[in-house]
Structure formats: C-alpha cells, structure tokens
Ligand binder design. Structure first.
Ligand SMILES: C[S@@+](CC[C@H](N)C(=O)[O-])C[C@H]1O[C@@H](n2cnc3c(N)ncnc32)[C@H](O)[C@@H]1O
Length: 315
C-alpha cells in the first residue's frame, strides 16, 4: 500500500509552513465556485462581517455546524468562555438562516468532566427564542475509548433545532425490515407490518447505527484532517432538511464534507474555516470529486504532488 499520510495539520507547525504557500485563500478571503456557486471563506465563524461577506446576500435553509469542542482544542478555555464563543457563532448562524430553516450542531459530552459542554450548550440555546429544540441524534462510532471500569464511549451527539416551519423528509437506512407479524387495523382492514410500510428498509430514527466512522482504509478519508464526519451522515441531514437548490451553511468546514455533500445533492454550499489549509483541502476535495469521482485521498493526501516535488528539491 502506498502511504502518504499527513500528520494532524493543526498541530504540526513545520508541515503547516510548507503547505501554506499552496493555499489559495488567506485570512478574510473567499473563493467562489465558478461552476455551481458554492462559496468557501477563510473567515471566522463568530465574525458577523466575515459571515455577511461569505453569504453575499443569500440565506440558507440548513446549517450543519461541527465546532471544535474536544479538550485538546479548548485546553486553555473555561467552559464559560467556550459557551460565550458558541453564542457568537450561533448569532452569525441565525443571521445567515432563512425564517424557515433547520440547524444541526455536532457537540460532544465529556464524561470525565461533568459531560461538558453539551448540557451547557443546550441551556445557552434556550436564549435563542427563534430556535425550537427538535431532536438529539446519536451516531454510533465503531472505535471508542474507555476503561474496563466504564461503558466504552462510542457515541457522537448532534442537536437538531428548527426555526419557523422548515421542510423535513423522512430518511431510510440501508437496513432491511425483517420483523413480521406486527398487525394493526387500517381503514377497517387488518394489515401486517410490511403492508403498511413506505419502505422495505428501516426508517432512520435519532439513533444511527448504520454509519461507518471515517478511518484511513476508507476512500473518503482525507489525510491531515482530524475530525472528519462521514459523508453518509452529512448527506442524510442534507436530504432530510433541505431541497435541491437550497443554500446550506457550515462554518467549520474542515475536510469539506458538507461542501461535497451539497455538490453531490445539488444544493448550494457556503462553508467557512478559519484555517487557510482546511479551506484549501475543502476546495481540492470538491475539485477532485468533480475531476475523478473520488471522495477523498485514501493512500494519498491533498498536497501529495507539492510535497513530492518539495522532497525532490530538498534531496
Ligand atoms: C471539528 S472540525 C469540523 C469537521 C467537519 N465537519 C468535517 O467533516 O470535516 C472544526 C473546524 O473548525 C475550524 N475552526 C475553528 N475555529 C473556527 C472559527 N472561529 N471560525 C471558523 N472555523 C473555525 C477548525 O480549523 C476545524 O477545521
């Protein structure tokens, strides 16, 4: 197997200095997709001016936000600071959303630290009267962490809120229905489970066990990214809570999963990331999908060409 893995790009300063010259966006700059009108901004999610520029007069029907929330990223922040920071990007998100729209927020609960920040975030969200709580989704991870003295931690949480009265399309998993013999009367007729169903597959509820966590053996894996969400999960949210042609926002773009999902599903995407390297990766991922039909860089990485050339020069 070829191995061109990159280190975690937010942590390796030497590698960052090598890659930054290849990034087409600098802080405050926005890339506009000439083909389908997506926009990628190297901007701060909490800065309302930046977000106004990114949105360019448009509003979105759906927001999928996946902020950094782990202990490493916020080692120096108190929970109060973190929630104050969240309040700021919820404000910019609210301003970029249509009167009838949906908001999803991926956020963890640290079981060793009073389950923060999830409950604190939920309480903060109650300040925003526009948003109605709708669901708490749980996605099962295949790999977990834990000790022999606790339940292995294998969940990822995602909060679902709505503003106004947005559309919602029921989604189905790939899991076939097998349970038979559940009878119910419908219009005076005794019907069996299968007769009543709209699909041969199980409906997607708020616990997802059918989504594979991204790991290095998967085609969609993007080397160098440390928090990539599975495309299947993001596409499920996009399909449930937006329609073709709608605007979708993601202010923590990272590997560009939401951008890719929107391109594949004919939505218009507005993504931000404060880091020029992740903006470049997201744009390259879109371009690679369009050119080669590939979802990521299994056995390779987004800067493979430049790094190989660089290595040759250094020899
Ligand atoms: C958890 S990752 C998002 C993962 C993404 N959903 C995916 O599937 O690839 C968080 C991202 O937020 C970015 N970020 C952190 N602070 C930010 C800010 N203030 N504004 C915009 N982006 C920020 C980080 O650079 C990082 O790439």
């Amino acid at each position: 197997m070829k191995n061109h893995a990159l280190p975690r790009l937010d942590k390796d300063d030497k590698m960052r200095q090598r890659l930054l010259p290849f990034c087409r966006l600098g802080p405050g700059e926005i890339w506009s997709d000439p083909d389908r009108g997506h926009r990628v901004g190297c901007v701060d999610a909490t800065n309302s001016q930046h977000i106004l520029q990114l949105m360019d007069g448009q509003v979105a029907k759906l927001a999928i936000q996946d902020p950094p929330y782990n202990l490493v990223a916020f080692a120096t922040q108190t929970i109060a600071d973190f929630i104050a920071w969240c309040r700021d990007w919820i404000r910019t998100t609210n301003a970029a959303l249509d009167a009838n729209s949906s908001l999803y927020v991926w956020l963890g609960a640290d079981q060793n630290e009073g389950f923060q920040p999830l409950p604190d975030f939920m309480l903060m969200m109650r300040e925003f009267k526009e948003f109605q709580s709708r669901s708490l989704l749980t996605m099962r991870n295949q790999r977990g962490y834990g000790t022999q003295k606790n339940w292995m931690a294998i969940r990822q949480e995602c909060l679902y809120y709505t503003k106004g009265d947005p559309s919602f399309d029921v989604q189905y998993t790939d899991i076939p229905k097998v349970l038979r013999g559940y009878y119910k009367e419908q219009n005076g007729k005794k019907t069996e489970n299968m007769e009543r169903s709209k699909s041969k597959n199980i409906r997607s509820g708020n616990v997802w066990v059918d989504v594979q966590q991204v790991f290095y053996r998967m085609e969609e894996n993007v080397n160098g990214c440390y928090a990539q969400k599975p495309l299947k999960a993001i596409e499920r949210l996009v399909l449930a809570s937006s329609n073709k042609g709608d605007g979708v926002i993601d202010f923590f773009g990272h590997s560009g999963t939401t951008l890719l999902a929107c391109d594949r599903l004919d939505r218009r995407c507005f993504i931000a990331d404060i880091d020029p390297i992740y903006c470049e990766i997201a744009i390259r991922r879109l371009e690679r999908w369009r050119k080669f039909g590939k979802l990521g860089w299994q056995n390779s990485n987004p800067f493979e060409k430049e790094l190989q050339l660089g290595m040759r020069c250094e020899v």
